[in-house]
Ligand binder design. Sequence first.
Ligand code: BT5
Length: 257
Amino acid sequence: MTPDSIQTGLKSRLVGTTVHVHESATSTNDLAWIEVGRGAPDGLVIVAAEQTRGRGRFGRTWHSPRGGLWASVILRPSPVPQEPILITCVAALGMREAVEALGVAGPKIRFPNDVVVRDRKICGVLAECRLIGNQPDVFVIGLGLNVNNDLPGDLPDATTLKAELGRETPVAQAARTVLEGIDRWYDALRTGPRQVIAEAWREHSSVLGRDVIITIGAHSLRGLLEDMDPGGGLILRLPEGGVRRIQPEFVNELKLA
Ligand code: BT5
């Protein structure tokens, strides 16, 4: 994979106008933060053919052997959105759209950051930010998409494009489609009302209206997920009656009950 193989035919305003490709990285997010320190522009993308220490949220491990798409995008939104979680929504919406454009029917967003197909995780998003004071400044968005890679046996609820389509997809093509998806939604964030993002996030949710278990720190809550909004939080109707409002950034895990 080369920058050219990804960028040839790329229909993108900003995301991926510069692409760096590495054979191997600890984590593409680590390389992206080095580029941030060097003053990298908005929309710069780092791709690695494999990661030796791919990471998820809360220090979890992300399995990233050759054959998958492991990438990070540097985003410098100006102004920074009042609700920084909108950046995660942009990434999840862009990834979801890309999975559909690559031929998989009905991909959904499993709150807050997974794209799932038939409730199996095909993609994960890891949004990290630099703070100036307590204000987010630059974001590095890590994007992991299982393309042709194998999955370990301890991830039975995961899937790949190859397993869904019954054929391989060139990783460069998957990368191009993903960058176009992120570009479209990043553009929507900069130009449109935030409501467009919030509504699409709700529309494509795999968990809205379902019975879920939400883990916050050491506590779990079970209930019906009645509503969700990036700023307004998750509205959970409890079996014993009453509702709880939960801010997205405090949720460690949300799974179907
Ligand atoms: C995520 O975390 O889903 C974010 C994953 C982001 C990965 C990208 S790859 C490029 C960039 N560089 C990085 O180092 N990371 C980003 P989380 O919601 O915490 O989910 C992690 C959990 O997903 C793990 O604990 C496993 O259960 C599961 N998992 C690990 N590898 C997986 C894979 N390849 N496919 C599906 N599920 C996986």
